[in-house]
Design a protein around this ligand. Sequence first.
Ligand code: ADP
Ligand code: ZN
Ligand code: ZN
Length: 747
Amino acid sequence: MLLNNALNPVTSTVRPGLNKDPEVSIVRVALPVPLHHLFDYLAAPGTTIPAPGTRVVVPFGHSQRVGIVMEQACHSLLPTTRLKPIQRVLDSAPILNTELLSSTLWAAQYWLAPPGEALATALPRALRQARPLPQRGQASYRLSAAGRGALTTGQRRGHTRDLLERLAAAAVPTALLYREQPAWRDAARRLLGAGLLERYLEENPEPRCHPQPGPALHPAQQQAIAAVTASLGTFQSFLLEGVTGSGKTEVYLQLAAEVLRQGRQVLVLVPEIGLSAQTVARFEQRLGIRVPTLHSALADGARARAWLHAASGAATVLLGTRSAVFTPLPKAGLIIVDEEHDTSYKQQEGFRYHARDLALVRARALNIPIVLGSATPSLESLANVQRGRYRLLRLRERANARPPPKVEIIDLRRYFARDGLSAPLLTALQQTFNRGEQALVFRNRRGYAPVLLCGQCGWHAECQQCSRPLTLHEQPHHLQCHHCGAQLPVPAQCPTCASANLRAQGHGTERLEAALTEYFPSIPRLRVDRASTPSRMAMQALEIRLPAEGPALLIGTQMLAKGHDLPRLTLVAISSLDEGLYSIDFRAQERMAQLVVQVAGRSGRASHPGRVLLQTHHPDHPLLSRLLQGGYPATAADLLEERRMTHLPPYAQQVLLRAQAGTESRLQAFLDAALAVLPAHPGIEVAGPMPAPISRLRGQQRGQLLLEAESRARLHQVLTTWVPALEALTPRHHTRWSLDVDPVDLY
Ligand code: ADP
Ligand code: ZN
Ligand code: ZN
């Protein structure tokens, strides 16, 4: 029943004109199921045929599904008698406009997702259900009459008291409560129960404040703004490159203000950990409007309302993470992608789209400019500058005229680092605290130690399901697999030789924290990693928990690399990044250079000059010397040249077939069969079948086939026949597989 392969050109799939033939009323519908084709249904006789982009409820197997109408068809491959009728049309007008529909289908085709699943990703969860649209307006809370009468907060304590006090001043939209009081939901539930609060929908959210003027712009900022402003109304891609603190956000703000003045919409994408309360507040204060956010921690209703607000065409700024790239923009003016190099823009499972790349496609379809900003642009984007596809805008200096932080190397071959901390690093920390300033100790590994090793026989604790070392955690004391999450007790003795001499090898953030607490017991400190700060919402409260004045110590992983402005931070100590220097991943060096620059950028943002210390066993590594001498631009240029010589992305296109099975032989049989059905492929290189870098995960054997070609068109041409052939193989093999177009890692 292959009615319409997803790899057919999108233009043939979306046809706005409807066939008026009263005899024929076959409608093609995309359903959120893992099949690469559309499904035919009958429109109810005598009713108008729903337009493309409309949600319908249709029978599917023994249940029903919400699907999206794609087109009307004159005939079906199935006899009309076997077609079932649409049960219900949910929308009077299409919920997905033509541009969003065709951009999403383009994405499905490019990243090889079933069209129905791609469309389901584009719609907020609340809109994927067979219910009418949620009411417009912004969900808000205010005191009820009873609440106003009994205004003395009286017996209330903690979060409920905070919430009552906040609402006594004014009604507050939930989006703001999420940011101001991360624990507000429980408190609200209790107070609602007591009849003291009420929830309502604010129809016309008033501007919260008057727009505030920004600082006088530097010439480089003015040039950037002038270039983008001149392109408003046409498609043009810009890469805005500037170190942290060079005033990129200032450029976004002024551009957003200009687009709003023209009555149009701005979509701002930020990486997952970049969406801090500070960022939102900065946009709202400067622009004087509420800036709806779209991210995965938002409640379904709130998210759907923000999406519908955008769909209404209101001139507005929308700020969101990866999936916000699917925001409808009927009055599009500008798209901004901040920290464009960030890998959180790539969805790593299911529909493996890349939000930055899709944003570019949408900007072209919408005929608007797009600005990709970064202190450390991806090699992909730099290559596009070289090819003349993007215009480069550079902010060379820090906006506040502070000197950039100096990166100094601590040679760990000369200094012993107990618990990951060398003497010079400890001295620098002490000096920082003595001056009343704050420091950040960075380590991209959580837990106490990455390996538990037997000092007698060399055994190390490994996850049975993944064949990877288990990480030792101390609070609470246990072993944890960072790949599958398995938790195990710590053995008292070595299971092979019974020796009690088990050693924690290496160090993670927990060990650093423990050691630093011993060295600096009186300094307030905060550890931030996925173990201590599981939710992004908790991250947003971070500013509140760090003292605004006086010395303090932050210890953490990448979660700390950006987002929060920490003005009193003057020392950044990178405990170790040596893993990235000799990794087998060809992107590891790019990532590492970006990380060093991003983490270093946290230092010295305010009135104090910053200092950055980097501990390493490999001070002579060419990447480090290049980075120290030439900074990121020179390093990136070198790495790009290397990629060109070795025919790697961005100078080659990759598609990765990942497979997993219960046994090695099943996996091998599937990968061999997959290779056998690969059509003739001149111009395409195939690597594998080979084991995945993590060859066993959650008890499954994992392997892969990597396709590489210089021509993207060539690669997709082969995929057009390979995908259906792979699908045909599936029933005969007990193997799960997926295809990843432009994979950002090969794991
Ligand atoms: P980035 O986004 O590149 O990290 P920001 O836009 O956040 O940089 O700017 C860094 C700091 O410098 C902020 O405090 C910002 O208010 C300030 N700043 C930016 N542009 C100017 C300017 N033209 N004059 C004075 N201060 C500025
Ligand atoms: Zn042993
Ligand atoms: Zn595991």
